[in-house]
Design a protein. Sequence first.
Length: 327
Amino acid sequence: MKTKSVVPSFLSVIILLQLANAQNLSVGYYSKSCPNLESIVEKTTARFVSSAKSLAPALLRMHFHDCFVRGCDGSVLINTRSKNDPAEKDSLPNQSLRGFKVIDAVKSDVEKACRNKVSCADILALVARDAVKLIGGPSWPVPLGRKDGRISRANESLANLPPPFFNVTQLIASFASKNLTAKDLVILSGGHTIGISHCSSFSSRLYNFNGQVNSSDPSMDPKYVAALKKKCPPPGNTTNIVDMDPGSGLDFDTNYYKILAQRRGLFQSDATLLQNSVTNAYIQQHVNAAAESSFFKDFADSMVKMGKIGVLTGPPGEIRKICSKIN
């Protein structure tokens, strides 16, 4: 009986500590130690995104992948130090991440102005915000004060990042474990309004669905299936790519919800959002451009909330000198 009572108490302590750390974040945290931080980050990020808009969704995705594993601690940026202990960066879900050079460049410019003051985790959070803003998406105040983690394990990525084949029940549970709601789920999924995907992430919906020969996912619009098959011919194509939001892949807008309602969600994890009353209701409210301002506000709020997942604000965190290496 004593053992059973200790476990919930221990978990409660962890949750309370995480919430306390999140409360220690603040907008303007570096106002004295690095007063020009945000302008430096935006200028350097713009230098990359202005010439390659496809980096914007990549940087947003990187922030998401960082926060869902060990919290927003920059651990996704760390290079593997031993082949027997691969880092998050080398896990299967993260092998397609792009934009590390942007983070490195921003860190370098920040270090020139404010040596050993700003964490890589904070830089990643700011870069993700600025990248979205630079392609016409919303902006939001980023609470700062995160420290960088010193641990990065590939197997933890597989355990924490929701895969594209999850159903809505699994997705809601995954987000709930990070203190995010079903509404946060469908709002943050709206980030799929920008970006691309490799055919391998959804080809199981096109060919031999659920093991049935020559069958496709019946929840998909047949015309969309036919169009995708032309871009992703069998067998298991791993190099071809498609827009997650056809015709609007670099425009941050509400078109993602419109195509979901038309049964043209690319991933199973997109399509399944129609099967829950909360997520489906949000989709139906945002199927036209008139709802864009509402989506922008909600997305900003959910990004702030996501950016507080499991943050470190003191020991054992650190401020890395180089984002890809622990000190």
